[in-house]
Write a protein that binds this ligand. Structure first.
Ligand SMILES: [Fe+2]
Length: 172
């Protein structure tokens, strides 16, 4: 018997489900990935409303987007990043870059909120284009690099990180 077969046999009757369960349990960042998609949808709806000059709808959609994005940033800044920094000893690296990008994105969101109030579609869409580009790059870096690092680092001793993170991002 080869080493791999011997290892597989050692799992007993139902190895795949055991492995899946373990993977699911250790993905602390899964709700953040889901929230990225949700924010993208809310952003697209606000942008579409601005392009059609439906300002009442745009204001409502944009407020929802902003609240969801802020909850997302807060979850990362107050729970996930500090937990990762403490567990990994890396405080000046990727999390610092992500915090700086959050600041940049908050500035653009502020600019867009002003454009909603003055019904300025050109300003709204101009800042929106920059924000969308930043968001896409930022989310890709998180999903492909930082979140896997967090999942791996926090898998062993995550404590109550998962619960605290969910409470912040779900605005509870
Ligand atoms: Fe982020």
């Amino acid at each position: 018997m080869t080493g791999v077969k011997a290892a597989a046999a050692g799992f007993g009757n139902n190895p795949p489900s055991l492995l899946r369960t373990k993977a699911a349990m250790t993905s602390i960042t899964e709700p953040l990935r889901e929230q990225h998609k949700h924010c993208d949808d809310l952003f697209a709806a606000a942008e579409e409303a601005a392009q059609s000059a439906h300002w009442v709808e745009c204001k409502a959609q944009f407020a929802e987007f902003r609240s969801e994005l802020e909850a997302h940033f807060s979850g990362e800044e107050t729970v996930l990043f500090p937990a990762f920094e403490q567990a990994s000893g890396m405080s000046g690296g990727p999390t610092q870059v992500m915090r700086m990008e959050h600041t940049q994105m908050r500035g653009l969101v502020e600019q867009m909120a002003g454009a909603v109030d003055t019904h300025d579609a050109a300003e709204f869409c101009g800042a929106g284009e920059t924000l969308l580009m930043l968001m896409q790059q930022h989310n890709m870096k998180e999903e492909n690099i930082l979140y896997p690092m967090c999942d791996q680092t926090l898998a062993v001793a995550s404590g109550d990180v998962e619960e605290r993170l969910k409470a912040v991002i779900e605005k509870k």
